[in-house]
Write a protein that binds this ligand. Structure first.
Ligand SMILES: NC(=O)C1=CN([C@@H]2O[C@H](COP(=O)(O)OP(=O)(O)OC[C@H]3O[C@@H](n4cnc5c(N)ncnc54)[C@H](O)[C@@H]3O)[C@@H](O)[C@H]2O)C=CC1
Ligand SMILES: NCC(=O)COP(=O)(O)O
Length: 303
């Protein structure tokens, strides 16, 4: 089996230390991973995993002090990982967290890593999360809130529903019960508080139910996550980023994995960001990264 690539993420964030923690805890897995990042960090890592340097050999990141060179280096690591997967050298990539703002400042043309890997590999990505308590897919993600309604085409909603089914089935659930959030308060309250549910989303869900019987009609998003926690649903489809990630990160912050579905290669990531406020202090939890590795290995067929 080909190794997984680990990208450092922003070198001033928590990515480098959570990867180091994983390597320290998994010396037996050294042959199964390739680590990509700056030279001084690679030199400091425990174990014998293969290392690929990016950036200038003399570069030194300041924890919590991101700079342009670090953002360029994080981007270069992603490029090498993407190329390595496409060339069959890696069986997938587990990415460290990057700062979208810092990447934008150095000319990175994508809103996130999801879009970068989609462009590099082709495919139709879906941002999805798997936590101990919730499975979640998003219909839209890195767009301003004011653009969400216009972006909600039948195609993007269907894509998220099918991804939710795939996520639950990967956990052995043959007929997943999939809850789809409404867009408006009270899922539109019969049209009084918005009409997207009546005009767009529910007709699509009625159609999809012929093929995926466990799909709900649109449900009020303020109660759907509580119902999922009680066991009413196996996966939730949220229509925009914070609708889904607020609840998910409240419940499953330390253990959820961000997985990009719909691409030809495996890509997972911890659910958290760069954590610049705690980088270098030794307090960052490495659990979400460890879960991201576990899921990537499973999806890539390592175990
Ligand atoms: N997959 C990725 O590359 C992601 C990147 N980001 C980026 O991260 C940057 C910071 O975003 P924020 O919204 O501040 O989210 P964040 O997740 O970096 O931080 C939010 C809070 O969680 C804490 N935290 C983060 N990681 C932690 C860990 N491993 N253990 C314990 N506590 C942890 C932080 O200290 C902070 O209090 C942004 O530039 C954003 O673009 C955010 C999410 C995902
Ligand atoms: N909040 C999750 C997130 O934005 C992840 O983005 P990506 O870098 O994985 O595309």
């Amino acid at each position: 089996m080909k190794p997984l690539a680990f990208t450092c993420g922003d070198p001033a964030g928590v990515g480098p230390e959570i990867i180091a923690a994983w390597l320290a805890g998994h010396p037996e897995d050294s042959a199964n991973v390739v680590v990509i990042g700056p030279a001084d960090w690679l030199d400091s890592l425990p174990g014998s995993a293969r290392r690929i340097m990016v950036g200038a050999p003399a570069y030194r990141a300041g924890p919590g002090e991101p700079d342009d060179e670090g953002a360029e280096l994080a981007w270069a690591a992603m490029q090498l990982a993407a190329e390595g997967c496409a060339a069959g050298q890696f069986s997938g990539v587990v990415t460290g967290p990057v700062s979208k703002a810092r990447l934008a400042a150095v000319g990175y043309p994508h809103p996130g890593q999801t879009e970068f890997f989609a462009e590099a590999w082709g495919g139709d990505p879906v941002m999805a999360f798997r936590g101990d308590h919730l499975r979640l897919t998003l219909a839209t993600w890195h767009i301003p809130l004011r653009e969400v309604s216009a972006a909600l085409s039948p195609a993007v909603i269907e894509r998220a529903v099918r991804a939710a089914e795939q996520l639950a089935r990967a956990d052995g659930i043959a007929q997943p019960r999939i809850a789809v959030c409404g867009l408006n308060p009270h899922a539109g309250e019969g049209g009084v508080l918005g009409r997207e549910e009546i005009e767009l989303i529910d007709p699509l869900l009625d159609h999809l139910r012929g093929e995926i019987p466990g799909v709900s009609h649109t449900l009020p998003a303020d109660t759907v996550f509580g119902r999922a926690l009680k066991g009413d649903f196996d996966a939730v489809v949220a229509l925009y980023h914070d609708q889904g990630l607020g609840p998910l990160k409240t419940i499953d912050f330390d253990n959820a994995v961000n997985v990009t579905l719909g691409l030809p290669h495996v890509r997972t990531s911890p659910d958290h960001g760069t954590g610049f406020d705690i980088a270098g202090q030794g307090t960052a939890s490495a659990t979400s990264f460890a879960r991201a590795v576990e899921l990537a290995r499973r999806l890539a067929g390592h175990q």
